[in-house]
Design a protein around this ligand. Structure first.
Ligand code: AKB
Length: 360
């Protein structure tokens, strides 16, 4: 079953205040968004919980908010962001996660029991101002962890990333427990954040759960400031019959995941019995692996006239420092993670859903 969610027309990446058009390589038609999300099939309804999402207007937040509202009820999920969120199906608030007092007041006002902290400056954008990126990523995280500890929040979700890995890590099928020497400030903040998550769990018993997201690809929302963003932009160009210029070289493999899988994995981890969540830093979460050339070939199966060219920029070095694929067997063993989409399955669905959006 498919149902429509309403979505703000703004192209501002909500959690960090940068315009995603900073990284636009074709006209991706942000204002045309009218996203859809598949109704979740198996999320248990837990009406007693009150969930706060920080960064609810971002790429993941937009879709996760709708999925959690579907599972928990619209009034039980409070969407927050730096700027007002329009057309929300449930309560929403303006929140700067760097403001600890405002965060605590909001948690008390809504009797929050769970926090999903999605606000961060991503890998590519973070390099423009490393100190500011560090302050935002770490300052907001400490506010969330301290508020959660002081106000007895039951669970916190903290997204980490494949950006925690660097060139010293195994470049393929990178293990769960691997050397972490990232080369971006975003990656460094995620390694630190994972360790603080583990610290708050061990020291204070705070139930923090985390996955290392690969690049996330979805039709419902746009990413902003990441190195994997090309893999969303490419589909928008394809459905608009525009050629696509890729900022990575054709043979650059990266771990990626379809949005539906990423959201399902997140909710499954958050709903897993605590004793099954054995990794308290962050779980490797894999979906698929492909290069720009391979995603273009997948699109050409559906749109034979699609054209791609390559013009690598500074993001190539970031991508080269990341693994091409990661081993998520620990997540599979501990809490039953399993992705559903492969590259061609994702391509068919992305093109179908985006065509519907652009035809509106
Ligand atoms: C980025 O490219 O920075 C993000 C990520 C992999 O965490 N999509």
């Amino acid at each position: 079953m498919i149902f429509k969610i309403r979505y703000p027309k703004s192209n501002i990446r909500s959690d960090i205040g940068f315009r995603i058009s900073d990284f636009e390589y074709c006209d991706t038609g942000y204002s045309l968004h009218s996203p859809y999300i598949r109704r979740s099939k198996s999320y248990p309804i837990m009406k007693q919980d009150k969930i706060l999402i920080i960064g609810a207007g971002g790429q993941i937040g937009t879709v996760l908010t709708a999925a959690l509202r579907d599972a928990f009820g619209e009034q039980h999920v409070i969407a927050s962001d730096l700027r007002p969120l329009e057309n929300q199906a449930g309560p929403s608030e303006v929140l700067n996660a760097l403001d600890a007092k405002a965060l605590a007041e909001l948690v008390k006002k809504h009797s929050i029991t769970q926090i999903y902290h999605l606000a961060a400056i991503l890998s590519a954008k973070g390099e423009a101002d490393p100190m500011k990126s560090w302050e935002i990523n770490m300052g907001s995280l400490f506010n969330v962890f301290e508020t959660a500890r002081n106000l007895s929040i039951q669970k916190v979700f903290y997204p980490s990333s494949i950006a925690v890995f660097g060139r010293e890590a195994a470049p393929r099928n990178t293990p769960q427990f691997e050397v972490l020497i990232p080369e971006t400030v975003y990656g460094i903040s995620k390694v630190a954040g994972e360790n603080w998550a583990n610290y708050y769990f061990r020291r204070y018993g705070l139930d923090v759960r985390s996955v290392r997201y690969p690049g996330i690809i979805g039709y419902q929302s746009m990413p902003g400031g990441g190195t994997t963003d090309y893999a969303v932009d490419i589909y928008h160009c394809a459905v608009k019959n525009q050629p696509f210029e890729c900022f990575l070289q054709e043979n650059t493999p990266l771990p990626m995941i379809y949005m539906d899988d990423a959201i399902r994995g997140t909710i499954e981890l958050m709903n897993a019995p605590a004793e099954q969540v054995k990794v308290r830093t962050s779980y490797n979460l894999a979906g698929m692996t492909f290069t720009p050339k391979e995603i273009a070939e997948s699109i050409k199966k559906e749109i034979p006239e699609f054209q791609i060219s390559y013009k690598p920029d500074f993001r190539q070095a970031i991508a080269d420092s990341w693994p091409g694929s990661i081993d998520d067997s620990t997540a599979r063993a501990d809490w039953g993670w399993k992705p559903a989409y492969d590259l061609d399955g994702m391509t068919r669905d992305m093109l179908l859903q985006l065509k519907k959006q652009y035809l509106k």
